[in-house]
Design a protein around this ligand. Sequence first.
Ligand code: SF4
Ligand code: SF4
Length: 477
Amino acid sequence: MADGPAILQSPDEVLSTLGKDGKRKWLYPVESKGRFLTRRRWTGFLLVLAYLALPIVHIGGKPAMLLDVVHREFALFGAVFYPTDTLLLMLMLIAIMVAVILVTALLGRVWCGWACPQTVYLEFVFRPIERLIEGKEHVRKRRDEGPMSVDKAWRKAAKWSIYLVISLLLANTFVAYFVGWEALLTWMQAPPTEHWGFFLVMAITTGLILFDFGIFREQMCTITCPYARMQSIMLDEDSAIVSYDPGRGEPRARRSKKQLQEEEEGRAEQKGDCIDCFACVRTCPTGIDIRDGLQMECVACTQCIDACDHIMDNIGKPRGLIRYTSERELEGKKTRLFRPRTVIYAIALVFVLSAFSIVLTQRADYDINIGRAVGEPYTELGDGRIANRLRFRVRNQTPVPASFTVRVADGSSLDLRPVEALPLTLDGGEMRRVEIWVMAPSTAFAGDTMPVNFLLEFSDGQVLERSFTLLGPSERP
Ligand code: SF4
Ligand code: SF4
């Protein structure tokens, strides 16, 4: 690579949020207006809207997204998955994983900069509130460094109060993903003692959100997030990155418009396009200097692009000194979209998605499981018959209600006595258990077992056959 970006020189600069005394360096990133900020803001608002709406909007009678761990039911845009759908869930997770790897290989950390909730909520919800109440960055910094005053106290109190309300809303929404809004509203209207577990989860989640967006902030990306640490294996020289162009910017030098004019006219030594104004550093939410090269702390938020474009406009130079590019492009070569790893990832993704679609379309409408009811494996009746008490667990995997009844496929000699009257109606997605006594003459047993084929007849006309082995005594009179 030609003049590659400089490597960090001093250990003092290893962590951008750490001061020389080892204490946290509080960042005051300046907002840089521009085309990327506008696009990211709209994307962010849409994502926030989606996050709030997904547990509320219902598709096919279920929330658009529901992760009901307690009842082991997962709803996603009308498709409902149950524990029996392990293969489907596994394929979905693999597809998400491969998609993340593919998108990262192609577009770099586009997720971090544009769609990660950490970025979206911090940059488009919490920071704007802070700016509104506490003022611009330099004003906030001055006030924070000053002594406590009435002005400082009321602003802090107002900001944290609003943060608390928003955190509560987000925590409620988060919990709604797991229990649904209906249950959540019912719990909220009841005394906390009736659902103390819920209130505990809610309080912890609210506290974590408050801490994260109010205090921890960029450290979530620079210290905690594992995705950032995996970048080095997912990115290659063709991946899209936000980068400073050292070939164009160096040698950097701070100079006035007049000096630039003189350079232009050949009356002064020509330098690089970077005027060392630090606008890109002041706007960086993770506090790094992008001119030091590709760094793990860079969340590809594009704020430095907007900041630098604005400077370039002011000094009459072309935009793009900091831009979306690739390491390969910075070396003067063409970025390759198709390369072995992206082709393999894409093929793998198509393969997994195809397998997912096939398994999904072939999934049975009803999940049936037959087992023994709790208690004795069989009962000898006084009239020479053997009774087995069986438990039929039936789940309606369609979105519409259906009823079913049970009979024996081939044995008129068997007598079925359901504990609960049949037919039994199931709502869409509902699972119910019904216990049935099955009485068979002891002479029908071969040894101590007897295979039986049950037919479950559903109201939509489907008849599903399931086998089960009845038990009886090994010796009979
Ligand atoms: S904003 Fe642009 S011109 Fe200013 S220091 Fe950064 S790279 Fe150089
Ligand atoms: S270097 Fe630029 S793109 Fe990276 S985090 Fe800082 S401002 Fe965002």
